[in-house]
Write a protein that binds this ligand. Structure first.
Ligand code: AHR
Length: 350
């Protein structure tokens, strides 16, 4: 009798868990062609990721992987393109052949997507663009986009630099900057480079050179080493992500110079983007990186929300910009202003 009771309780518990599972998950109820009975089917997502070039990217991949799990009702087909657009195009074509429910694309660069996105549209598969943007003639080729305002990130970092230089009484004509750019043609590079170029013109600084570090530590180090050898008066290295900045710090040390904010005493200031890894935050705390424009990689839950909206038949916003901070270890600048809007600076305590 006692064991009968136990069994009933167990069965009720399983039913409750199944109902709760369905409520939280995204699986679809479909008719089984053979038996005609309804069965649960996972929502399939083909995700074409740029690569694994940076700490940011690894965090971003982890966010997608931990969001789209089978127990939440998803099957994630993850394809790493190793920073090559052709690999992404091939991955999208494979997703179309496999008849996935959604395609999520983190594009390596902006141009060159019209044909393959046209193929996805013809197949009736919604395409969600994440992180960087695509530059297409017809924006109905993708359902929506979610990511960062990269130009604003660049403007914020330059507003911080301007405030800092004014407080240190550094003459604008003495400011000699080099730009270690990201992957050329990617939205993150275009936005951050434009933010810097505009600020250079507005403030009368000198931009000595700009070369790509492809968002990696090794290329960032190589680029910084070449630039430090070519120009002996560099006092600001603007790195378009933290991994390039780690490489630049190695190159500064190898060149017998010191990274830091005391430009008047000959230090080389490093500015960067992302603020994802502990290493980057430690560099802010010890002053070797002076300022980091945050780039938030946690897009998994944002994409999931979009898919849930679409599953309910709703139309998500076409463009969704993520709010981001600016970080520094210098305690005296607590606010910066960009185009009339004030933004607080998050101070990394020592
Ligand atoms: O597109 C986002 C950028 O790509 C990040 O800043 C960089 O670290 C990554 O590789």
């Amino acid at each position: 009798m006692k064991s009968m009771k136990k069994r009933i309780v167990f069965i009720i518990l399983i039913c409750v868990m199944m109902v709760a599972g369905c409520a939280n998950g995204a699986s679809r109820k479909v008719a089984d062609e053979g038996t005609g009975e309804t069965k649960e089917e996972l929502v399939t997502i083909g995700f074409s990721q740029v690569g694994a070039e940076s700490d940011w990217r690894k965090e971003n991949s982890e966010s997608m992987r931990s969001t789209f799990t089978r127990d939440k009702g998803y099957e994630l087909i993850f394809e790493d393109a190793q920073q090559k657009q052709q690999n992404q195009i091939t991955a999208i074509r494979t997703f179309i052949q496999r008849e996935v429910d959604y395609i999520v694309l983190a594009p390596v660069t902006e141009d060159g997507w019209d044909t393959v996105l046209g193929e996805a549209r013809d197949a009736g598969i919604p395409v969600i663009i994440v992180d960087r943007m695509v530059n297409v003639d017809d924006d109905s080729l993708f359902t929506c986009w979610v990511g960062s305002d990269f130009k604003l990130e660049g403007k914020k970092a330059c507003a911080w630099l301007k405030t800092y230089l004014e407080r240190q009484h550094v003459n604008p004509s003495d400011v000699k900057i080099v730009d270690i750019q990201g992957t050329i043609g990617s939205s993150a590079q275009i936005g951050r480079t434009t933010g810097l170029r505009d600020a250079v013109l507005e403030n009368g600084w000198s931009l000595l050179d700009a070369v790509t570090g492809e968002y990696t530590q090794a290329k960032g180090r190589e680029a910084a080493a070449r630039l430090l050898e070519k120009y002996d008066d560099i006092n600001v290295i603007y790195c378009e992500n933290d991994n390039e900045a780690f490489g630049a710090l190695e190159a500064i040390e190898a060149a017998g110079k010191k990274a830091g904010g005391n430009i008047r005493a000959g230090e080389v200031m490093v500015i960067s983007f992302d603020g994802v890894s502990e290493q980057a935050l430690d560099n802010l705390r010890n002053g070797s990186i002076s300022c980091i424009g945050e780039c938030n990689p946690l897009h998994g839950p944002r994409v999931r929300k979009i898919i849930e909206n679409l599953e309910r038949g709703e139309t998500p916003d076409k463009y969704e910009y993520v709010d981001e901070d600016i970080f520094s270890g210098f305690e005296d600048i607590t606010e910066i202003t960009v185009d009339g809007t004030s933004y607080p600076v998050k101070i990394m305590g020592k």
